[in-house]
Write a protein that binds this ligand. Structure first.
Ligand code: PMT
Length: 414
């Protein structure tokens, strides 16, 4: 955390009394901390305490009185631009709603909106348990998480209301550790910074007729997590995605497609210019040869559908990539998977393949977690335990960075 600039946004809940301790821990770790306090937060924690421990004036008013000489009238922008991370602790139901709605009427919300793309936002909701479970709070949490914020589930225990339930803010030590981990993952010194990265995600739909298609269960979660993680590391990311219900990660350029052929057409222009191509999409290998224009009528007892091969996008990129370009694929199998993944690595000229199984509970399609085995171009395997797809994406990118570093050291490439 040494030398990192952190904004601590404090909103008005009883847990605000813990925030001077968070500031102390961040300062002790070498960070520069500025505190943005909402109007109601000032009723739970003193501005003087926070200013004393941070060594900086606390920001409350977006526009301080005009008669103060030397006042910075652009600080509602400059503070967000200064920050390496924004932490909101505690985040009340009201603050979650204001951030999710994009309001910008105090320093905390202004910092949220003006933070540079890719900088981590860590949100620690804290409130009464029933409030936290309410449909509106859950909707706002989901909106913020889909927008790339990391929202931490509050802890369970005694609440200020006298009840026991989920709603407590984590201890300052835990919060400080999570901030340290997020800053490390964001790594502005990443070897991916400034590189062009293309990610494919989601399923493809192959038309049978005007109302039916062949597809698969891919939700796009894994590919979107990879795109977001690459953006966090400063890469210039194009995300080519089949039909999914996910928000575009902040700062990522998204290209929507439907079929494998459309995904292929969208990807091709990037073959010569991208540094890394990561294929997380579940692309249909075949498509109906002659999709029917309108809706097919049923008449016979049987119907035969003739399928033809689709272009293999990552294999095509792998076959024509130049020295220094990296091709990263995924492999999903239900049996004999690992051996098959090793074969794909060679057949598709990949530099790295992420093999995942499909167990419907912890790995593969739709779920939020994945268990990956990463196989590098020398067929070395690294097995990762089941983890959130966001974390799995970061581990994958750590391996990609190792390959970039190896290329820089003149090690052999495919
Ligand atoms: O989207 P989620 O619900 O989060 O699920 C994630 C996932 C399971 C879809 C993802 O982790 C994954 O494994 N994606 C690849 C699944 C797959 O189609 O594997 P495959 O073995 O058929 O293909 C191997 C590789 O070739 C993949 O990188 C694939 O993107 C690529 N491919 C395949 C066919 C094709 N025509 N073009 C391709 O680029």
């Amino acid at each position: 955390m040494k030398g990192k600039n952190i904004i601590l946004g404090v909103s008005g809940g009883i847990a605000a009394y813990k925030t001077p301790q968070i500031v102390r821990l961040l300062k002790k770790a070498g960070a520069n901390v500025r505190v943005a306090l909402t109007a109601s937060a000032g009723r739970f924690v003193s501005e003087l305490s926070l200013a004393t421990v941070s060594g900086e004036a606390v920001c409350r008013e977006m526009f301080p009185p005009a008669d103060i000489p030397g006042t910075d009238f652009t600080r509602h922008i400059s503070l967000g631009e200064w920050a390496d991370a924004l932490v909101i602790a505690p985040a009340t139901a009201n603050t979650l709603a204001r951030l999710a709605a994009g309001l910008c009427d105090d320093m905390l919300s202004a910092c949220f909106i003006t933070l540079r793309p890719g900088k981590p936002v860590l949100i620690f909701p804290a409130m009464d348990g029933q409030m936290y479970r309410s449909a509106s709070v859950q909707r706002n949490v989901a909106t913020l998480a889909a927008g790339g914020c990391t929202v931490f589930e509050p802890e369970s225990g005694d609440l200020a209301s006298g009840q026991c339930g989920t709603g407590r803010m984590a201890d300052p030590g835990i919060i400080a550790n999570r901030i340290g981990a997020a800053l490390q993952a964001a790594r502005p010194d990443s070897l991916l910074a400034g590189l062009q990265v293309v990610v494919t995600a989601g399923p493809t739909r192959e038309k049978i007729d005007g109302v039916r298609f062949v597809s698969n269960y891919s939700s796009g979660k894994m590919g979107f997590a990879v795109a977001r993680a690459a953006r966090e590391r400063g890469a210039d990311v194009r995300l080519i995605t089949g039909p999914v219900h996910l928000e575009t990660p902040e700062g990522v350029e998204r290209i929507d497609v439907e079929s494998a052929c459309q995904m292929h057409d969208a990807a091709k222009p990037f073959y010569p210019i991208c540094a890394v191509f990561i294929a997380a999409a579940a692309v249909a290998d075949y498509r109906p040869e002659m999709p029917y224009e309108g809706k097919l009528k049923k008449n016979e007892h049987q119907m035969q559908l003739l399928l033809v091969r689709n272009p293999d996008i990552i294999a095509e990129f792998g076959a024509q990539k130049r020295t220094g370009q990296l091709a990263v694929g995924f492999a999903l199998e239900t049996s004999e998977g690992l051996a098959y993944a090793h074969r794909k690595l060679d057949e598709k000229h990949l530099d790295l393949v992420a093999f995942n199984t499909y167990d419907r509970k912890t790995s593969g399609f739709e779920v939020d977690t994945n268990s990956l085995t990463l196989i590098d171009r020398n067929h070395r395997e690294t097995s990762l335990p089941p983890m959130q797809k966001t974390d799995a994406a970061r581990m994958l990118l750590d391996h990609v960075e190792q390959l970039i570093a190896a290329a820089g050291n003149g090690e052999t490439e495919r």
